[in-house]
Ligand binder design. Sequence first.
Ligand SMILES: CC(=O)SCCNC(=O)CCNC(=O)[C@H](O)C(C)(C)COP(=O)(O)OP(=O)(O)OC[C@H]1O[C@@H](n2cnc3c(N)ncnc32)[C@H](O)[C@@H]1OP(=O)(O)O
Ligand SMILES: O=CC(=O)O
Ligand SMILES: [Mg+2]
Length: 546
Amino acid sequence: MAAAHLPRPDAGHDALRDHARSARVSEVLDRPRAVAAPSALAGVAEILTEDALAFVADLHGRFDARRRALLAARTERQTRFDAGELPDFRADTAHIRDSEWTIGAIPADLQDRRVEITGPTNAKMIINALNSGARVFMADFEDATSPVWDELVRGQVNLRAYWRGELGFTDPASGKAYAVGKTPAVLMVRPRGWHLDERHVTVDGAPVSGGLFDFALYAFHNAKVALAKGSGPYFYLPKLESMEEAALWSDVFATAEEWLGLARGTIKATVLIETLPAAFEMDEILYALRDNIVGLNCGRWDYIFSYIKRLGRSPDRLTPDRACMTMDKAFLAAYSLRLIDTCHRRGAFAMGGMSAFIPVKGDEAANRAAMDKVRADKLREVTNGHDGTWVAHPALVPIALEAFEQMEGPNQLTRRPDHVPGRDAMLALHDGPRTEAGARENIRVGVQYIAAWLSGKGAVPLYNLMEDAATAEICRTQLWQWLKYEAPLDDGRDFTHDLFEDWLADELGKLEDILNLRPAARLLHELVTAKELEEFLTLPAYEMLY
Ligand SMILES: CC(=O)SCCNC(=O)CCNC(=O)[C@H](O)C(C)(C)COP(=O)(O)OP(=O)(O)OC[C@H]1O[C@@H](n2cnc3c(N)ncnc32)[C@H](O)[C@@H]1OP(=O)(O)O
Ligand SMILES: O=CC(=O)O
Ligand SMILES: [Mg+2]
């Protein structure tokens, strides 16, 4: 059955889901093949194999129309938010929230997730992360990755090599050799979100989903080897907005398990709750993925971005400086407590998130202050009831571990918060000023991050903070929002077009002329001054990527 025979994207979720369920795995032989762009990388022949690409094509044929329909549903929901509707718990799914059920079994090697390190998929960082002492390493094709074709393939080559005991790296500059140690972290992989295409792989001329491509290749090559080594095919799922989007992953997993000859429920996933709409569907997301899910995670940076994106077209939602939006207050505090309660009620892990502070080089006092901030963040998480947390850098593993060793066991699944915040608290905005310094920081970080992304780097240290796609999205959406409403600043001025132009020119003048700085500045300018808020900065940026 060719992709062209699938129901139309606007056919409705039920028709699309029924079609996907009725399509049999054996039909794949009649389907079009996925065509991948060439890559000269060593190891590519083991990754872009005919069978692996047939698997990608099959997933594309079954699920891409549904993915596109769900993306259209996000746009439709946004028009309702723009008209003044606020997110709320769904009436049609009350039975899921109100009834008693729990998720499926959690594998032994996922029972202790006290500290999880994240990072890009280059060989050195994979090895350093696996050896870092963290319980889990999440290899990231999302926020920390710029989807340059060769780098994506290289990431898959590296992950495949890891499972076969063949991953090594020698730094050409220092000559230092890197090898995976005897007790590596458990490996999880985060595929891209539903919004991103992978234009280097097409079926009938249409690009496949980036997320399906990342998932499919990793699962195809490694699921069985990981299981044979006592682990499994484990994933983090980013940027979901609804139960239906979770159900799409559930159906993808069921199909993949059938393809790969795995028992139903072998694939295990943790879902990031990092969009405002998803926070109102946490029970529903756990339920939709109940055969495969093991937990939820507070993806705080995308969550702030989503709050601005979904509600920020309203003048009464003007956000304060990015630095004021902390996890201990307002909508962020509320959603993290609700996530803990929801997860523990359903037997799922409630993972904390990423503090953006990283070690400060060459300034002991500043470094101590940054480490203290990380410690305080992790102590808040463990005290509230999280079962584990994320760190961005190996030096932060001991700090987070020390905080999470306060738990009585390897997790605290039986704990429930004393108070579960409701809808109003989940929508409450932080207090705080909007300052010139905050606007200038957004400009500086936004431009330099986009320049790095266009140059192939998805995570960078800037001004002693970890910056990635999610943190940069906050910068540019906040500037857009402030400009749209000419937001009042704390010094009495309004954030006008002229001020933005002046500060952009001034900040650019001060920056070192790094690769892609000018195109990045042009893109940031376009995004900030656009009449309509662009859904993701990575969508126009991807058009500029080689
Ligand atoms: C919002 C979210 O989605 S958060 C999740 C996505 N973001 C991320 O995963 C970011 C992960 N972190 C990073 O990429 C990096 O730590 C950065 C870019 C912030 C800083 O990187 P660097 O400037 O290279 O850090 P630094 O120079 O201090 O690194 C020291 C050593 O630690 C290693 N290291 C740093 N971060 C990591 C990491 N996350 N995983 C593995 N190794 C790491 C470096 O490779 C380096 O190794 P070496 O001594 O063998 O050369
Ligand atoms: O993915 C994590 C986030 O904070 O965003
Ligand atoms: Mg994120």
